[in-house]
Write a protein that binds this ligand. Structure first.
Ligand SMILES: [Zn+2]
Length: 288
């Protein structure tokens, strides 16, 4: 990962690592959410990574093109990332057909050896197209939309050895398993001690600036916990429900008695404000 990379996702993450702040990598499920996220980035002069799930690429095939158009025209650094791509053939289709900057090649539902082998092959194919690669080392428990649930598979925490294995598979971004889960922790967020900060520190030291750290499983995070993760080396902050819950709440409350266009405006306003709030918390505001 050379500092002079032309890859947008890595440019954003390298700048954040150097500046010691975190960058939201925010899931969008539709054009309104995408628009609200980008408005927040421009209003706050903040970098932003836009994330789409592979299932969304199938549900709304034009959304990736809309996101890519925004990445090109926005006045702040944006990039388009595909989160949790778990199907090898779909990954090949994505990197061949779509204007994406980075992909999470998620082979964590395989055992460690097969995860590494498949990741290495796909990382090469992505890099040949100028696309950066994120991988999950160990296994983060739980499931998200369209993503294979880890089910009965136990979470596997990331070790220092895993770090070197994944770096040798040529990934650019590593998503460690440190007690974080995909899904809800409960309204108060993770229990005290659930996230292993000693492990995160050890992982960060082992990485030694060779790749960037992505933090998954941020539902219900209080601001202080997010800041603590950033202080311990997390740079790419994957967020989904953490931002989008205000949108969901707004729709639940107003959908029955608000005209559609007004409903869209109201939802975008509320999501923009929430995204701006988290950009402030993560320290990315004013960095673009
Ligand atoms: Zn994830």
């Amino acid at each position: 990962m050379a500092p002079e990379t032309k890859n947008r996702t890595l440019q954003i993450l390298n700048a954040a690592a150097a500046g010691k702040y975190g960058v939201l990598a925010a899931i969008a499920y539709n054009i309104e959410q995408l628009t609200a996220l980008i408005r927040a980035a421009e209003a706050k002069r903040s970098p932003l990574i836009i994330q789409l799930f592979p299932s969304t690429l199938k549900q709304l095939p034009t959304l990736a093109h809309a996101a890519a158009a925004a990445v090109k025209t926005a006045s702040v650094p944006l990039s388009l990332h595909i989160d949790h791509a778990q199907n090898v053939e779909h990954i090949r289709e994505i990197i061949t057909m779509l204007p994406v900057d980075s992909v999470m090649v998620d082979m964590s539902h395989y055992d460690e050896k097969e995860n590494l082998e498949k990741t290495k092959i796909l990382a090469k194919e992505c890099h040949d197209k100028g696309i950066a690669v994120e991988a999950e080392s160990g296994r983060i428990e739980g499931g998200e939309d369209g993503i294979a649930h880890t089910g009965d598979l136990e979470a596997l925490f990331t070790s220092a050895q895993d770090v070197d294995n994944f770096i040798s598979a040529n990934v650019d971004i590593l998503a460690p398993s440190i007690g974080n889960i995909h899904g809800d922790y409960g309204p108060a967020g993770p229990k005290t001690g659930q996230l292993d900060f000693h492990r995160l520190t050890a992982i960060n030291q082992q990485i030694n600036h060779r790749v960037q750290i992505a933090l998954h499983g941020t539902n219900d995070f209080p601001p202080d916990l997010m800041k603590k993760c950033i202080e311990h080396g997390a740079i790419k902050l994957n967020v989904n429900k953490l931002l989008l819950e205000v949108w969901n709440e707004y729709l639940r409350k107003h959908a029955a008695n608000t005209p559609l266009v007004k409903l869209i405006d109201g939802g975008m306003d509320i999501l923009q404000k929430e995204t701006e709030r988290w950009m402030d918390i993560c320290g990315s505001s004013g960095k673009a």
